[in-house]
Design a protein around this ligand. Structure first.
Ligand SMILES: NC(=O)c1ccc[n+]([C@@H]2O[C@H](COP(=O)([O-])OP(=O)(O)OC[C@H]3O[C@@H](n4cnc5c(N)ncnc54)[C@H](OP(=O)(O)O)[C@@H]3O)[C@@H](O)[C@H]2O)c1
Length: 311
């Protein structure tokens, strides 16, 4: 169901072919989107082509579209590609958000920037992972995101930086979640029993961001679930909800390069809880699994090569 609200701001979503961008557009027909290399199927929304490395093209687009809110879902989200191409990761994950933040500040536009839970802290206690915790980066992806958070809020103190982790359907997604849902008998997956997180179903995040677009909110927030779960238990529930007979093996996060954090869960920002009811992880998994079209299939060999942030 599409949300249609004539009082809502004029929203420009950057990165509409990605998982979050696609779901934001799909749920809100008035939202305008940008694509880069990959196309999006016709959702009925206005779509423009944009390479965010060009400030001039971004400025021209803003002049043309006149949004009141920009939501940046563009990013280099593949942790291994960030590691092998640190300069490109810095350009897309830090420099581009800072440029957008500055332009939005100059023009008095609201700006939402997505960040991550992919940070390490000194203790693995959810209560010690708040908006004021000093996090550390374990790899290039998390480093570019930590730099980004500081630089965006310095350039535009009225911006909103949303730390999150999410799972769900999008036509282009080759995420671990998509691989599990579309798996077949004979496929085998490893679920890490030593990695913990508290993600949202992408539709819950879409509803939260849509609700945030209608109120005054600035600074850094944690849009995550109340339930903390291991990646192994998460994968068990996904396979069960999908009714597939793929096998799941319990494993430990490999000590391979690039280094990844074991405990990702963030303490949710309390003020967000009144905006949108967040169901249990199990309910969100079932909702997202049911959003997959029955014919949705892609090569799992291709999919297994991808190691993005989140799922
Ligand atoms: N997925 C998760 O669970 C998760 C977890 C924590 C945080 N996040 C953050 O949430 C945000 C959205 O993540 P996502 O998973 O939805 O991303 P995604 O699916 O990887 O999509 C990223 C988008 O960025 C676009 N893009 C790449 N280079 C571009 C360029 N030079 N100019 C314009 N667009 C460009 C891509 O378009 P093309 O493919 O056409 O190049 C793609 O549509 C990111 O900031 C990510 O770090 C995600």
């Amino acid at each position: 169901m599409k949300i249609r609200d004539f009082n809502q701001p004029r929203v420009l979503v950057l990165g509409a072919a990605g998982i979050l961008g696609w779901n934001l557009l799909r749920a809100n027909e008035s939202f305008i989107g940008t694509i880069h290399k990959n196309p999006v199927e016709d959702l009925g929304n206005q779509i423009y082509r944009l390479d965010i490395s060009s400030r001039g093209d971004f400025v021209k687009l803003i002049d043309k579209v006149s949004p009141s809110l920009v939501i940046n879902c563009i990013g280099m989200t593949d942790v291994e590609i960030c590691e092998s191409r640190p300069e490109a990761a810095y350009a897309l994950n830090t420099v581009a958000p800072r440029m957008i933040a500055k332009e939005c500040a100059t023009r008095g536009l609201r700006f939402f920037q997505l960040s991550t839970d992919h940070f390490q802290s000194t203790t693995d206690e959810i209560n010690d992972r708040t908006e004021i915790t000093q996090f550390e980066a374990t790899n290039q992806y998390s480093l570019t995101k930590l730099f980004m958070e500081r630089q965006v809020l310095l350039a535009n103190p009225k911006a909103l930086v949303v730390r999150t982790n999410f799972f769900g359907y999008s036509p282009s997604s080759k995420s671990f979640f998509s691989q599990l849902v579309t798996s077949k008998s004979g496929d085998t997956f490893t679920g890490y029993k030593d990695v913990f997180f508290n993600p949202l179903g992408v539709m819950t995040l879409v509803h939260l961001l849509t609700a945030m677009s209608k109120i005054e909110l600035t600074g850094l927030v944690h849009a995550v679930s109340n339930d903390v779960i291991s990646k192994l238990d998460f994968a068990k529930i996904v396979l069960d909800a999908s009714g597939t007979s793929a096998s799941l093996v319990s494993g430990l996060l490999p000590r391979s390069y690039p280094k990844r954090p074991h405990f990702l869960a963030l303490q949710p920002t309390e003020s967000l809880l009144s905006l949108q009811q967040v169901g249990s992880i199990e309910d969100m998994i079932r909702t997202e699994v049911n959003r997959f079209p029955p014919s949705q299939e892609f090569s799992t060999n291709e999919a297994k090569g991808r190691h993005s942030d989140g799922l």
